[in-house]
Design a protein around this ligand. Structure first.
Ligand SMILES: [Zn+2]
Length: 415
């Protein structure tokens, strides 16, 4: 099938959305974690209403909901397209100044606001596929926020196309924009009943053509160590130092099971926080694997290591607690093969070779899948996210828009 030519609004939308600061904050207790995320939410809800999406609204928690009504008599499953509005707390998202590199001709891209920031051709192999394409970057002083405003702009453009091209038949389409994905709380306050979707797709992936049906399974571990304190001047044979016990645990864990030494389908144990004094220390780990078995093995290894280290400190004690964070969505998606089949076909019809991949992380979709809304992740075109070198290709964003439109149509065709 020949891919259609649409009048796209995705670039213009993207440039508008990235200028709105929506950085989330893990230290905040509120939802959304930062009130400014609603600045974008309000714009999106209004733009949706302007497109004729009558029920579009921003709720108190910072979620945007909307419905593109069906234009077919067939009974089609209700499909939701979802992206997150917040940007990573790891890098500033304030006063983003996007620039468009027209018809990229290869080579390094020096960012104009800070010449020390260079998107190097050899460090970004994905650039090789972008010769002749328009590329959006920042000026080098902030992140871009293509993660995930590319996804948002793509969904918005697809909505516009569906609304304006009544010849494209589709069932009921739901739109969902979430806050706080980057801090792991993107679906905490989502109202799935109100949303009323059967299946969903997040648009939050990297390379064009990629579809991710697998995420990590993730737990967090907290280890509390109680040592023995004494005055350091009179401490010989007395002190059992909690900080030193914690340090020994970190040191003793295998070096080939860390984020910096693993890739592909390998999991890891990763310390994310350490806090302590002489008598008490707390270590926080995250545990990641693609299988439940692998996750449990790593947790057993962590606990065994703690126990072994503590043996050398007979008067010290430890407590260890594990907390589930999210699970590999493939377990859920495998029960609904059409979700993936239809998405692969939609990508093909967009003129791309589909690639089924796994995410070394989680998305809103991992959690949505286990909350009863099966949800793989489609590419949005974002690259080098969470950094000042972030970039996105306009051609990739347009391909994502076509993928969304195709998907809406394929679900109707096959209903
Ligand atoms: Zn994202």
């Amino acid at each position: 099938m020949v891919s259609r030519k649409f009048q796209h609004s995705v670039l213009e939308r993207f440039l508008r959305y990235v200028r709105i600061d929506t950085q989330s904050d893990p230290a905040s207790k509120t939802t959304p974690s930062t009130e400014k995320q609603k600045d974008l939410g309000r714009v999106l809800a209004q733009e949706l209403r302007d497109l004729g999406i009558k029920d579009a609204h921003l709720d108190d928690y910072g979620y945007v909901y909307g419905t593109v009504p069906a234009n077919t008599d067939k009974r089609v499953p209700v499909i939701c397209f979802c992206s997150h509005m917040d940007t990573s707390p790891d890098c500033s998202g304030k006063d983003v100044k996007p620039q468009v590199v027209r018809s990229y001709q290869g080579g390094d891209i020096v960012l104009p606001g800070d010449n020390s920031q260079v998107i190097r051709f050899e460090e970004h192999p994905a650039l090789a596929k972008q010769i002749g394409n328009d590329i959006v970057t920042t000026d080098g002083t902030t992140l871009l926020g293509a993660d995930d405003k590319a996804g948002i702009a793509e969904i918005m453009d697809a909505v516009k196309i569906l609304v304006e091209n009544l010849g494209i038949k589709h069932g009921t389409i739901k739109i969902l924009f979430t806050p706080d994905e980057e801090i792991g709380r993107g679906v905490d306050k989502v109202d799935l009943k109100k949303l009323g979707a059967d299946y969903a797709y997040t648009l939050d992936g990297e390379s064009a053509g990629h579809l991710e049906d697998e995420s990590f399974s993730a737990d967090a571990a907290t280890i509390r160590i109680t040592g023995v304190s004494a005055h350091p001047g009179f401490a010989k044979g007395k002190i059992e130092h909690a900080i030193k016990i914690a340090a020994r645990i970190v040191e003793r864990l295998p070096k080939d099971m860390t984020p910096e030494t693993t890739e592909g389908r390998e999991g890891f144990l990763h310390p994310i926080r350490i806090e302590g004094a002489l008598e008490e220390a707390t270590l926080e780990y995250i545990v990641r694997d693609f299988t439940e078995g692998g996750l449990k093995e790593k947790e057993a290894l962590l606990e065994r290591t703690v126990r072994d280290v503590i043996k050398d400190f007979p008067r010290s004690t430890y407590r260890i607690a594990f907390r589930e964070q999210y699970r590999n969505m493939k377990v859920v998606l495998d029960k609904h093969p059409k979700i993936i089949e239809n998405a692969l076909e939609a990508i093909r019809r967009a003129g791309l070779a589909p690639v089924l991949a796994s995410i070394r992380g989680g998305t809103d979709g991992s959690r949505l899948s286990f909350m009863g809304l099966p949800c793989p992740n489609i590419f949005a075109g974002e690259h080098a996210f969470h950094s000042r070198l972030e970039w996105v290709s306009v051609a990739d964003m347009e391909a994502a828009v076509r993928t969304i439109v195709n998907l809406a149509q394929i679900w109707e065709e096959r209903a």
